[in-house]
Design a protein around this ligand. Structure first.
Ligand SMILES: [Fe+2]
Length: 385
């Protein structure tokens, strides 16, 4: 069996790493970038450093600040129009996963004429995406999604009726400027939810089917960093060391899930489109339930995971260590204020039958270590409900 392993993103990491933005833009031959973000980022002043850097270098830019949470076509097509009307030649994305993913889709549509649903990964969309894309700089303002180093854009499309994964190695941003100082003011509940998205990427990638020892090692280390630093980042948002470590863990998660994800993400995507839940929050609540479900399929994977979660218990069986690892995730959720059940986050029981077929259509489950039927998807929703 052949596997392809590649980690090509250029990452500039450190507090203030977003300041040399203009130089990076010039190095990519951007003379008139489109800056893609959401209204919240503009309102809280997080865009100021970006625009100041461009202004100092006399680089004119066009702003598109209408990205929605859980982006749809409405976050993409007006951005494509803004790009062409202003004659832009590159994209600078600033924000959380939504802004970064919308920017990737905008970047794609500037040179790829097919309807967005044609690039759906489940329809073989990756084959239709070429390297002919304008350059992109990604500046994450949360530590969770890993989209700044990832190959996918997740957009909720009317044509597919679900969160649609558009996936290609060419969608990886040209450069990621990873500046943890941009996350210092993120409120505790968003720090917790986005941080558990990073935890889920690392953990789910480690357990995913497939042979990728490099991603496995990165995933395990990412789990360890999240366990150690997420509570600190939640309890004291100004802790730059904890914020820096969580930004590293988010990037590691984005790299690790090049191996694949699993059933947590397939269950999570409909919870955002149907119930409007925050993506990271859904993952946090679902994760222990799916770990318990996966245990019989891959018990031998759990001792290393338990160790990454700080459990040192020599002589214990794989199953015992797995149960302690699952408890450690539940305790972490409790410590950082994640509610234990989906119903606590506004999910209603009648939504479950609507979400099951959507979870089955989601491609993430295909690499889950234990195949998941529709009945089992429903069982997992009910277990977490
Ligand atoms: Fe995620």
């Amino acid at each position: 069996m052949l596997s392809t392993w590649s980690f090509p993103t250029k990452i500039v990491f450190g507090a203030s790493s977003s300041e040399p933005l203009a130089e990076v833009a010039k190095s990519l031959s951007m003379e008139r970038p489109l800056v893609v973000t959401d209204p919240g980022i503009v309102m809280c002043g997080l865009l100021d450093g970006v625009t100041a850097s461009l202004a100092r270098a006399k680089i004119p830019w066009q702003l598109f600040d209408r990205v929605e949470a859980n982006p749809t076509e409405a976050s993409v097509f007006p951005g494509v129009s803004a790009f062409s009307q202003a004659n832009c030649d590159g994209v600078i994305a600033v924000g959380g996963g939504s802004a970064l993913d919308a920017a990737k889709a905008i970047r794609l549509k500037t040179t790829h004429p097919l309807p967005l649903e044609e690039y759906d990964d489940l329809r073989g969309g990756a084959e239709k995406i070429s390297s002919n894309l304008p350059p992109m700089i990604a500046i994450a303002t949360t530590s969770g999604t890993g989209s700044e180093v990832g190959r996918s854009a997740v957009i909720a499309l009317k044509a597919t009726g679900r969160k649609t994964v558009i996936f290609s190695p060419y969608l990886i941003p040209s450069v990621a400027l990873a500046d943890p100082s941009l996350t210092l003011r993120l409120p505790p509940h968003l720090t917790a939810a986005t941080g558990m998205d990073a935890m889920t990427h690392n953990l789910e990638a480690y357990l995913a089917a497939g042979i990728h020892p490099m991603c496995d090692a990165i995933g395990l280390k990412g789990v360890e960093i999240c366990r150690r630093y997420l509570p600190r980042a939640v309890s004291n948002g100004g802790d730059l060391e904890a914020r820096s470590q969580m930004m590293v863990a988010a990037i590691m998660g984005g790299v690790a899930f090049q191996k694949g994800l699993g059933t947590v993400h397939s269950l999570a995507h409909p919870l955002s489109t149907v119930a409007g839940m925050h993506h990271g929050l859904t993952n946090a609540i679902l994760l222990p339930h799916v770990m318990r479900f996966n245990l019989p399929a891959v018990p031998e994977r759990f001792p290393d995971l338990a160790l990454a979660l700080g459990i040192i218990a020599p002589g214990h069986s794989c199953e015992e260590l797995a149960l302690r690892a699952i408890s450690a995730i539940e305790q972490l959720n409790h410590e950082i204020g994640i509610p234990p059940r989906l119903r606590d986050a506004g999910v209603r029981e009648e939504m479950i039958p609507v979400m099951v077929p959507l979870a089955m259509q989601d491609g993430c489950r295909l690499l889950n270590p234990r195949p998941t039927s529709a009945e089992e998807m429903e069982m997992l929703y009910r277990a977490a409900f």
